[in-house]
Structures are given as C-alpha cells and as structure tokens.
Design a protein around this ligand. Structure first.
Ligand code: SAM
Length: 291
C-alpha cells in the first residue's frame, strides 16, 4: 500500500504546493468522492481554472474553499491558454478542474496539458472520479479491453459516419451523451452495430437517481424513446456475442471443461457464441489433446 503524501510544498511548509499545473479530479455527483489531495491542492492553489465558474464556485464553497477562478472551456480555451501559461511561467500553482470528474477527458483540458508539457512546465495529476470508468465498472460489460469515444457528433449524418469507426472494436465501447440525444444515438448505434448488441445506459452516476439499465441496443433505444431521460449519461456497448476470437473460445471451453463433459461444454459454448457446434467441437478436441 502507498503512503499518504499530500503535495510537496515550496519551502517545506504544509501550505503552498510546488508551482505547476495540477489536473484535479472532482466528484461526478456525490461530494463525498472528493479526495484529500484534491482538497489540499485546491485550497492552496493560486488560481483555479474551471469550465463554469458558477458551477465550480458552488462545489468549492461546499468545501469551504475560496480562490480566484478563471473560466477555461471549449469556447475560450485557445484565448485563455497563453494567459494560464504565463501564470505558470511566473511560478504560480494553477489547478485545473472540469464541471465534474477527471479534467482533460473529453474537454479542452488536454490542450493545456499538451502546451505545459511542450513548455516543460510540471504537470501533476490528482486522480479521482471519472464518469466513463465509473460507468464501465458498473455496467457488467467486459472491461479487459475498452474504447472511449467521447461525445458522438450531434447531427445524425455525422454521427452515423462516426459510429462506423467502432464496428470492429475489440472491446466495450463507451460514449458520453446528452439526455436530449440519447434515444436517437441509441437507434443509430443499433442500426450500425446491430440491434442485438448487449449495451448499457448509465445515468446520474453517484447521485440520488443513479440508474444503470442493461439491454440490447434496440431495446434501449425504444425504451428511451418512450421514457424521456434526465441527467448525465454514459452509453456502453458490449462486444457482439458472435465476435469471440478463437482465443476467447479456447478460454471459454477450458473453463467449462473443468466441470462439464466435452459434449456439454461444446453445447454451452456453441450456444453462447453462436458458432457452429462442429467448429467448437474441433477446438475442444484440440484442447483436450494438449491437456
Ligand atoms: N471529464 C469528465 C470525466 O470524464 O469524468 C466528464 C466531462 S464531460 C464534458 C461531461 C459528460 O460526462 C456528461 O455529459 C456525461 O455524459 C458524463 N457524466 C458526467 N457526470 C456523470 C454522471 N454523474 N453520470 C453519468 N454520466 C456523467
């Protein structure tokens, strides 16, 4: 287990952290998810860059933190960056937060990190909550391999085109989505990736109305067309059940051969994967030969 180290300070005192850009994760709904390091850095930063000063001001107030705030969002990021870099160049300690969760993921934070790295300004990440990872962990879909697609385009033609890039994805695919576009996006996803693909919609994670709904893609599209969703949303799409690689089939079979007869193991895996029994049987025979 690691040690608890709250930030190293300028002169060894317990207060001001060393100069640099601090990328600080904040709660995605439940304020109890703030970390000790996040509180220490935010309370001692010279300035806090955030997407929406009103929103972040309220969050900081809940922790009794009052600091100068600087807005840094999609619409002013290019203009604001030189100003922030100048502060960092003067040895200030700048904290970057987003409206919720991990800054630099699906927001303009990454451009600031990139420019700091280019200018050899220290970047220190204070990890914590993140909507995509929380949704993934909660979904029950495969997590051994996943792909984060950020936000899909708002317009249907561009969205359908963007979705095609995920057709061959080897693992679970994760998107952020707005409640207004959820059912349209689900139906475009069902059309392109297949109506039967296992999927989940994670809504209002860590909040009072948290909900994780799992179903086939088309069923989810129909559900949300009939039940208008509210709040913040993550869409997750599992691997198609017929897309198991030979390697996966081998491990599915090996697992079952520990407790089932060859015949039963083959029948179960053939049903799970949709592959012809003959093909699964041949793989099973190969496996037993090498045992
Ligand atoms: N950078 C943050 C992160 O990755 O944790 C997210 C920023 S992104 C601009 C905001 C999107 O994250 C929302 O539109 C929603 O899709 C997702 N999100 C944030 N909080 C959420 C929550 N509590 N439940 C579900 N999705 C959430």
């Amino acid at each position: 287990m690691g040690r608890l180290i709250v930030e190293r300070s300028v002169n060894g005192s317990a207060c001001k952290p060393l100069p640099g850009l601090y990328v600080v994760a904040t709660p995605i709904g439940n304020l109890g998810d703030i970390t000790l390091r996040a509180l220490a850095v935010l309370a001692n930063a010279d300035v806090i860059a955030c997407e929406d000063t009103r929103n972040s001001g309220a969050m900081l107030q809940a922790f009794g933190i009052r600091k100068p705030l600087l807005s840094y969002h999609d619409h002013n990021a290019d203009k604001r960056r030189p100003e922030i870099l100048e502060k960092l160049g003067r040895g200030q300690c700048v904290a970057l937060i987003s409206d919720a969760g991990m800054p630099a993921i699906a927001d303009p934070g990454f451009k600031l990190v990139r420019d700091c790295r280019d200018a050899e300004i220290p970047v220190i990440v204070i990890p914590g909550p993140n909507a995509a990872i929380t949704a993934l962990a909660s979904s029950g879909l495969a997590t051994d391999c996943f792909c984060f697609g950020g936000f899909l385009p708002a317009k249907s033609v561009a969205r359908k085109k963007a979705i095609l890039a995920y057709k061959q994805s080897a693992g679970t695919v994760v998107f952020y989505e707005s409640p207004q576009r959820l059912s349209e996006s689900l139906s475009d996803l069902a059309e392109a990736l297949g109506p039967e693909r296992p999927a989940a919609v994670a809504r209002e994670l860590t909040k009072f109305y948290e909900e994780v709904r799992r179903d086939k893609l088309l069923a989810l599209a129909l559900y949300y067309a009939a039940h208008e969703p509210k709040g913040e949303i993550v869409i997750l799409i599992g691997k198609g059940e017929t897309e198991e690689s030979p390697m996966d089939i081998k491990s599915l079979l090996s697992e079952r051969l520990k407790s089932l007869t060859l015949r039963d193991a083959v029948a179960e895996v053939a049903e799970m994967t949709g592959l012809p029994k003959k093909e699964v049987y041949a793989t099973a025979l190969d496996l037993t030969k090498n045992l």
